[in-house]
Design a protein around this ligand. Sequence first.
Ligand code: PLP
Length: 398
Amino acid sequence: ASTWANVPQGPPDAILGITEAFKKDSHPKKINLGVGAYRDDAGKPYVLPSVRTAEQKVVDARLDKEYAGITGVPSFVSSAIKLAYADSLDPSRVSATQSISGTGALRIGGAFLQRFYPGVKTVYIPNPSWANHTAVFSDSGLKVEKYRYYNKETIGLDFEGMVEDIKNMPKGSIVLLHACAHNPTGVDPTQEQWRAISDAVKEGGHFPFFDMAYQGFASGDTDRDAFALRHFIKEGHNPCLAQSFAKNMGLYGERVGAFSIVTASPEEAARVASQVKILVRPLYSNPPVHGARVASAILGDAQLNAQWLAEVKAMADRIIDMRKLLKLNLERLGSRRDWSHITSQIGMFAYTGLGPEQMELLAKEHSVYATKDGRISVAGITTGNVQRLAEAIHAVTG
Ligand code: PLP
């Protein structure tokens, strides 16, 4: 028999399955709201003009293609840290490394916690959470559990449930928090609620792990979107952080990210950094340089940085506008449902509250494709398709 005769067929990736079905559909006005990538109002992938300029600068500099160090391009890493933490702390307390985008940052974090975290090696993620969190952390050797997050009845935050669950975790657990633009629900705590969440995490002696995949992409303001992280630091937490530049710089395929751990002192940061290097070396030796150079060229240049911030805001604003337009169109069609959650949610995704059967109908009868959990990528909505989308949603919910 062949060596691999007993390898079982694995299930296909849920999102890729949607893309496949979408591609096969011959409907001229089919709509794909499955993928989590920004689209412009013509439904096309968008390369930020600031990225184009920065990329040209990088090419014109005719840099060599030597290996980066294990922790990546230093100017990128220090700029990324500044973007996330601003002046909430002394950066010499932060141990940081470039990572293979947000996923890689989470994976390094998982591996570091698995090896060195002295508390309970269980990471609690929200229910629901980004589909990959469970796999990333369990492949890192951590136990994965869930805390209450989403309230089906209100299509909003189950704030009381969340705080109660945090308080009831075994003392010293790891709590994964989406810094902003929660995926898949689009439901974020208010600043007032974040304060209470910080208190609950402190009360439990837990360790906060922030996943910040959408800084700037939620509200359009990179400082506002970093509120939770910076508030936790102000409150004396020493969290770790996974950053991604996939969405806010549109650098998806370049895989630009950073992983950092806030420590108690520069001396501790140095010890932690030495161990992060020891972890990364056998994983991939060192990260790719091009995307990090591009991001660094933007973050390190006042004019380009200002341009980028305006472009991030424009992306966030377009998404916010599409939420309003979808709600408006549903109301115009006479939908008796309350769609206010569409506009109170934030970020790339909206949780419509539609069930799996309704999502099935959307695909089969209206050629509108999205995940079965009722999540739609608002980035895939345009002024050109929003009316048809509203009609389809109204038809399956009416
Ligand atoms: N974390 C969350 C919550 C996400 O939604 C994503 C991307 O969809 C990621 C992390 C990581 O993405 P990437 O590895 O492309 O940076």
